[in-house]
Structures are given as structure tokens and as C-alpha cells.
Design a protein around this ligand. Structure first.
Ligand code: BG6
Length: 489
């Protein structure tokens, strides 16, 4: 019998929000934690395009290493989740979260990254976090590396361009699986794995000035090493924790052609291949795609590989696909005549049909449905989660103490509606975790003023405030969304 299309979100759909250890925890010098790449990120002016400050120099790294305080480096203090996680998780429980995306700070478990044994205090902290999530029956979705690798791996080894990192990361993963395997089913290997090219320092620890004209090659080498590391981690997970699942995560930079000129359409396909599908194809299908081999040949990119790498990558692919979705981009062979704007991890050409956030990120709910359907067509039947989606905005606390963030509700509503549409189209979407449950330090600019949460945190860009947590209007709205499994938007 011919089936009907689904009518809404499936029963058991995972609802929650996402976070990253380096943006919320703080406690940078507590519990034996080592410095991570996130701890060298200084607050940036939002008027400065992201592209100009995301390449961290050696001089900046040395200065950060020698700096003991927190003031200059906001991710070191975060929003004090390290001490307040119980209160924060309880607030998420009040919203009815069934899932909670978080990351483990590698540098809390292995302060330098190359130790043979983990730091017991770091292990203990996440045990407490997982117990708390379990208390409220929230499914943890755990990212193993979210722009927070130990800084020592940068200064000592030059980051992920060095193959030695493969086994160090696998050691860290094994510890996570064995320690927390009874709590966690859903693991994610690398946050926005295409960050190797777009957020290179924070994703890979590669310092541009070390590589000169071999910089691009180094970013692909880092990606290759991460593919192998993920495969080895999946191998261990399958052998020891067979019910667990490993996912990959990408920021797709969903694209439209600038015009209907065939050249623009080819450019769009080329950009999607290199910026997004290169990563998902390898993680999902286990092979380097033809378009990548050609690109490497045409650009003299030579990778250091071992034959066994390809067997591992082929055998130990990931189990599900996740991605962040904030905005879309345009591809055009003609660069002149376009205005540009800032976007997630990169600069974009401005789409005249879209509005943008205060930070210039173009808002495109329908693009989310389009991207879900592209993935569903490319990897038939694949389970997908939208693990980040949200609006960075400055919130105002009214005289009565309330925060009327209708703009955020509107943004999220329009995106969730499109996920619902894509489920009707046949996409196998199993979860949605907005960015973020609570305000946190911005990943890109290390600002506090750029807020994404349902929970307001009283902290400003000068690290002043009481740190009091306060539900915004969107808090109550999202609670309703979850209660009705996405029926009441
Ligand atoms: C994604 C990251 O790139 O975008 C998150 O995975 C980040 O860590 C989010 O916070 C929003 O970016 P930003 O720069 O506005 O914090």
C-alpha cells in the first residue's frame, strides 16, 4: 500500500539546544585544565570582518600563553557553567528538553593533549554533568572537539597537520567512550569539520604563517588526519560500545547561483563540493570523491597518507549527519558588482532577497529545507539532526526585568516550520538543537553582547554582571514547542 507523507515531527524527536565547553564553562585554570586554542581568542569588534581576525599569529599565541588572567580572553571565564551547570541544566529541564548538545573540553581531560593518562578532576566534572542530564532524562549529544583543542598541541606539534595528533585524539576519544559510554549514545567527532579550511586555527591549530604557500595543503592534511582519527575512534566505538553512534557535523554554507548563467551554476556546484560535500562525502561514503582528487592535482596538493588510512576511512564511516544552519551564500563567477557581508565562518556575497541579522548573517529559513533535501538526496535515508540554528542579537532587559525577544522567536519559528516541511518531503530528521539554551561567549567574536539564548545571563562585554540566569520570552515559547512536539509554533 502506498504510504502517506508524515504529518509532523516524529514521536521521540529530540528537542533541545546546543553548547560548546569553551563558550560556557569558564573555570579555565580550575580542575587541572590546560589552555586551549579558545583561550587565546580576544574579543573582537563586530565591525571588523571575521576574515581579518581569525588567523591567529605566533605572537598572539605567545602573548596569550604568558597571560594569567581572564579579562582579555573572554572564553576563559565563559558564563561560569563550570560552577553553575546544575542550575543551567535544571532550567533546560523546565523547558522540557529531551536532548542537550554539549562538548567535552579535550584540555580538561588531557591538559596538554599528549599525556598518556587523563586528568581525574576533569573526568569527574563531566561525570557530574552527565548524571545531571540523566536525572532529567535528557539525551546528551556530545561533540568531542568543538574549537577547543589543547594549545600545547599547537605550540609543540603545529596542530592537526602532524599525524601524531591522530593517536592522541583517539586516546582522548577512547577515554570519553569508556568513561561516559553508559550515558551517551550520540557522539559527534568534530564541530563544523569544514572549519579546517574556514576556521583553520580554531579547528586544527595550524598557524598560517608557518606554512606560506603550502597553507591550503596543510588544511587538507589536517582534514585527512581528522578523517583517519574519526575512523579509528569509530572502530573502537563499534567494538566496545555497539549501541553508540558517531555523527559528523558540518556548516554547509548552502549556496545559490548568482544568476542562472550555467557558469554560475557550475560555480555553485564546485563551491558546495569543496566547502561542504568534500567532508560529508568522506565521512558518509568513506572515499575521497573524484572532484577532490582533481582539485588536488590541479592545485599541486600532496597529502601525506598511508595505505591503511583509506581502508579505515572506508570501513568506519559515521552513522548520522548533523549540521549547523544560520545563513546561506551565493556563488558567482563574476565577483564585481556584489556587496559582501559577514557570515558564519566566512564572508558571503549579499543576497538581495534576504534580510540579515545585526551581525550581517543572512536569514534564510527556506534554505534550511533546501539543504535538508540536498543531503537527503545525496545520502538516501540518512538520519539527520540540525544541531545549531539561532539568531545572534542584542537583548534589552525591560524595566520590569523581562526580555521580549520576539525577533528570536520569529527566527526560530520560521526555521522549525521549514524542518517540518522537509520531514513532509521525506527527510529523516531526528533532532533539533538550537543555538543556544543560554547566552554565551560568541565563538567568532568572543563578545557577550551577541546573545543566542532562551536564558539571559547577566554578564556584559567587560565581564561585569551578576551572572544571574533569567528566562526570556522565547524560553516559554520553546517550552510550548517541545510540549506539543512542534505542533504549536
Ligand atoms: C558555529 C559554532 O559556527 O556558530 C558555534 O559551532 C558558534 O560554536 C555559532 O557559537 C555562532 O557563531 P558566533 O560567532 O555568533 O558565536
Amino acid at each position: 500500500m502506498l504510504k502517506h507523507a508524515p504529518n509532523g515531527f516524529p514521536i521521540g524527536f529530540l528537542w533541545g539546544s546546543a553548547s560548546a565547553a569553551c563558550q560556557i564553562e569558564g573555570g579555565c585554570s580550575e580542575g587541572g585544565k590546560g589552555l586551549s586554542v579558545a583561550d587565546v581568542a580576544m574579543k573582537q569588534d563586530k565591525e571588523v570582518p571575521r576574515i581579518e581576525y581569525k588567523n591567529v599569529t605566533k605572537e598572539q599565541i605567545n602573548a596569550a600563553e604568558g597571560y594569567v588572567g581572564e579579562e582579555l580572553y573572554p572564553k576563559r571565564h565563559g558564563v561560569d557553567y563550570y560552577h553553575r551547570f546544575k542550575e543551567d541544566i535544571a532550567l533546560c529541564a523546565q523547558m522540557g528538553f529531551t536532548a542537550f548538545r554539549m562538548s567535552i573540553a579535550w584540555s580538561r581531560l588531557f591538559p596538554n593533549g599528549d599525556e598518556l593518562e587523563p586528568n581525574p578532576e576533569g573526568l569527574g566534572f563531566y561525570h557530574e554533568v552527565f548524571k545531571e542530564l540523566k536525572k532529567y532524562k535528557m539525551e546528551p549529544i556530545v561533540t568531542l572537539s568543538h574549537f577547543e583543542m589543547p594549545l600545547h598541541l599547537v605550540t609543540q606539534y603545529g596542530g592537526w597537520a602532524d599525524r601524531k595528533l591522530i593517536d592522541m585524539f583517539v586516546r582522548y576519544c577512547k577515554v570519553c567512550f569508556d568513561e561516559y559510554g553508559s550515558y551517551v549514545t550520540y557522539w559527534i567527532n568534530f564541530n563544523e569539520m569544514n572549519g579546517t579550511r574556514f576556521n583553520t586555527f580554531y579547528s586544527t591549530g595550524i598557524v598560517r604563517e608557518d606554512w606560506g604557500d603550502k597553507f591550503e595543503q596543510a588544511t587538507y592534511q589536517a582534514a585527512h588526519n581528522q578523517f583517519v582519527a574519526s575512523a579509528k575512534a569509530v572502530k573502537y566505538l563499534r567494538e566496545k560500545w555497539s549501541n553508540a553512534r558517531m555523527g559528523c557535523m558540518v556548516v554547509p554554507f548552502t549556496r545559490y547561483p548568482g544568476t542562472c548563467k550555467p557558469e554560475d551554476v557550475m560555480k555553485m556546484q564546485h563551491d558546495m563540493h569543496l566547502d561542504c560535500y568534500f567532508y560529508t562525502d568522506i565521512y558518509m561514503r568513506g572515499e575521497y570523491p573524484g572532484y577532490a582528487l582533481r582539485y588536488f592535482d590541479d592545485h599541486q596538493i600532496q597529502l601525506e597518507t598511508e595505505d591503511r588510512d583509506f581502508e579505515l576511512i572506508k570501513t568506519y564511516t559515521v552513522d548520522y549527519l548533523t549540521f549547523s544552519y544560520y545563513s546561506t551564500s551565493i556563488s558567482s563567477v563574476e565577483q564585481e558588482g556584489w556587496e559582501t557581508t559577514d557570515g558564519n565562518l566566512s564572508q558571503q556575497l549579499k543576497n538581495p532577497y534576504l534580510e540579515a541579522s545585526e551581525w550581517g548573517w543572512q536569514i534564510d529559513p527556506m534554505g534550511l529545507r533546501y539543504q535538508l533535501s540536498c543531503f537527503a538526496d545525496r545520502y538516501p535515508g540518512v538520519e539527520m539532526m540540525v544541531v545549531e540554528n539561532g539568531l545572534g542579537a542584542q537583548d534589552i532587559v525591560e524595566a520590569d526585568g523581562s526580555i521580549q525577544d520576539d525577533y528570536r522567536i520569529d527566527y526560530l519559528r520560521r526555521h522549525i516550520e521549514q524542518i517540518k516541511e522537509s520531514i513532509r518531503d521525506g527527510a529523516n530528521v531526528i533532532g533539533y538543537t538550537s543555538w543556544s539554551s543560554m547566552d554565551c561567549i560568541s565563538s567568532g567574536t568572543s563578545e557577550m553582547a551577541k546573545r543566542y539564548g532562551f536564558i539571559y545571563i547577566d554578564l556584559d562585554d567587560n565581564n561585569e554582571g551578576t551572572l544571574e540566569r533569567k528566562p526570556k520570552k522565547s524560553f516559554y515559547w520553546y517550552k510550548k514547542v517541545i510540549e506539543t512536539n512542534g505542533e504549536k509554533l
